[in-house]
Ligand binder design. Structure first.
Ligand SMILES: *Cc1c(COP(=O)(O)O)cnc(C)c1O
Length: 376
């Protein structure tokens, strides 16, 4: 099949993780629902495939923009689809109406656009409060006024009260707790469902679990906490990124490996070359020693990652042959570990993936789950 670099996606693992998110949500309010966050092509796992694999169990899907939403509608996804940043310009309202999308409302210009362009169908709006993230959303003081304005619109069927955590993944931070307190006090008495939690909030902040929870990372089998925390044991990584050894060669002590001669052999060394590099999204900043799994064993990355290849020290693993698979992250090697080694986060490693063909495993999609052309 040519170049061996592959991202293998296990859709059964995705369903397993979704069910864990459901269990976590059920510990909050009795009917906590789980909106599967599949923005950015499902964190590079393939939004259409992932949403289709979850279609019979998911309560809804969240995306970053209308293009991502329409892709899911075109694939036959009929559930709630939420635009996490709302719409960027009024021209999108027609499609929001036609394709029955839910949208976040985070700014007055969006309310003005709704007033100027009334929708034909009832819509559910997610009114976002900036409770301490310092990014999008109405300030706590503006929030009730914004709520009243959209509540007056005849086509607004429901208003979900929504906010987003800045620090839910830092266990020693009380910022998340403060955000929750702010949100609760400024929404007191307002009717409607509530939604606060991303993956980290869902796991760590029981009292923040709401009517709708919005996990992304967790669904892909990745702990939202960089250090082991227990949740990792229950989750199953959905993606395995792998390639193959394409060259093995013995070098004497004192020789250097790769661009900039960053690594110098201290002993006679067997260097293996893996056909994957930063053009595929493997982090160029991964230092010497970043683990790579070959035949079930960890070997250290040595030398700088190149565009299409990287090099590992195989000296302590004598039985490796050309063609053996090398796993860059997956079941035996949490992506969190690679991210920490490279000074980044798993979100960025996933979103940077590029050029690597994606293969799907698991989940025989039953007949009833193969969707017809959508008739919106
Ligand atoms: C991306 C996003 C999420 C999901 O975050 P994870 O950390 O991946 O769980 C939830 N809510 C909003 C508003 C988001 O933008």
């Amino acid at each position: 099949m040519g170049r061996p670099a592959t991202a293998t996606i296990n859709l059964d693992a995705l369903r397993h993780n979704y069910r864990i998110a459901q269990q976590l949500s059920a510990k909050g309010t009795a009917n906590g629902q789980v909106m599967a966050v599949v923005k950015a092509d499902a964190y590079s796992h393939g939004a259409t495939a992932c949403a289709t694999a979850l279609a019979d169990i998911a309560n809804g899907f969240a995306v970053a923009c209308i293009e991502e939403a329409l892709e899911l509608r075109a694939a036959g996804i009929k559930q709630t689809i939420l635009l996490l940043e709302g719409f960027f310009e009024p021209s999108e309202l027609e499609m929001i109406d036609q394709y029955r999308l839910d949208t976040v409302i985070h700014h007055q210009y969006q309310i003005d656009a709704l007033v100027a362009h009334p929708l034909n169908h009832p819509v559910r709006l997610w009114l976002k409060m900036d409770s301490g993230m310092g990014r999008v959303g109405f300030t706590p003081d503006e929030y009730r006024k914004a709520w009243a304005q959209i509540n007056d619109l005849s086509f607004v069927k429901d208003i979900v009260l929504m906010s987003h955590f800045a620090c839910a993944d830092e266990s020693d931070s009380d910022h998340a707790q403060q955000q929750l307190t702010t949100f609760n006090s400024y929404t007191r008495g307002l009717p409607g469902e509530r939604s606060f939690c991303n993956s980290a909030g869902l796991v760590a902040l029981k009292e923040a679990r709401g009517d709708w929870n919005r996990p992304g990372l967790l669904l892909y089998g990745i702990s939202p906490f960089p250090d082991a925390d227990g949740i990792e044991q229950n989750l199953k990584p959905v993606m395995e990124l792998s390639s193959a050894i394409i060259s093995i060669k013995a070098i004497p002590a004192g020789s250097s490996v790769g661009y900039g001669s960053r690594w110098i052999a201290r002993r006679p060394t067997r260097i293996g070359v893996v056909a994957i590099g930063y053009a595929d999204g493997y982090p160029r900043h991964a230092p010497n020693g970043t683990p790579v799994v070959i035949n079930g064993y960890r070997v250290p990355l040595v030398g700088r990652v190149s565009m299409d290849m990287l090099t590992v020290d195989l000296t302590d693993l004598p039985d490796v042959d050309i063609g053996n698979r090398a796993i860059l992250w997956g079941d035996d090697l949490p992506i969190n570990e690679v991210a920490q080694s490279a000074g980044t986060i798993p979100y960025q490693l996933l979103c940077n993936l590029n050029r690597v063909p994606v293969q799907y495993h698991g989940l025989l999609i039953p007949e009833h789950q193969v969707f017809d052309e959508v008739e919106f």
